[in-house]
Design a protein around this ligand. Structure first.
Ligand code: HEM
Length: 129
């Protein structure tokens, strides 16, 4: 399987295991960086978190399709988040939280090929500056 197909497979399997992984993904993010939780205190209905996660998924799909637009969106979001107190290096933690949540949801069916495909995707995201 190609890297793209493997990532899409993990998205599908995680979606089957949990219809709304958003709370798990944010819990994972706040585990990685507890100080990020307070950045979302104004987001009382979860709307910002939902929309941010949707942007992350769109960015992932865009990278898999080699979309230049999604590269620009990642790059500009990385820069813009500095204004919220998220450093350019820490920006990636959101994608790491997504990968870790999927790995947990997929459980025993998570393969070394999935691990490698996600490592490749994360490296690609890091390279988009
Ligand atoms: C550790 C990583 C991240 C943290 C802590 C973080 C934090 C935040 C915070 C606090 C806001 C709300 C800002 C406000 O309205 O005052 C926000 C909004 C947003 N973030 Fe992130 N972010 C992270 C990563 C990302 C990533 C990777 C993307 C996508 C590429 C992204 C996309 C967005 C978008 C699109 C919004 C606006 C959502 C809306 O209001 O509709 N963020 N982020």
């Amino acid at each position: 399987m190609l890297q793209t197909e493997i990532i899409l497979d993990t998205l599908e399997r995680a979606g089957e295991a949990c219809a709304d992984p958003a709370p798990l993904i944010y819990a994972r993010l706040f585990q990685l960086r507890p100080e990020f939780e307070k950045l979302f205190v104004m987001d009382t209905d979860g709307g910002v978190r939902g929309s941010m996660l949707e942007t992350c998924f769109t960015a992932i799909l865009g990278l898999l399709e080699n979309s230049p637009t999604q590269r620009v969106i990642i790059s500009s979001s990385r820069f813009a988040h500095g204004g919220y107190g998220v450093s350019e290096a820490d920006f990636e933690l959101m994608f790491i939280a997504i990968r870790d949540t999927f790995r947990e949801l997929i459980g025993d069916a998570w393969t070394p090929a999935m691990e490698a495909a996600w490592a490749g995707l994360l490296a690609e995201i890091t390279a988009v500056q």
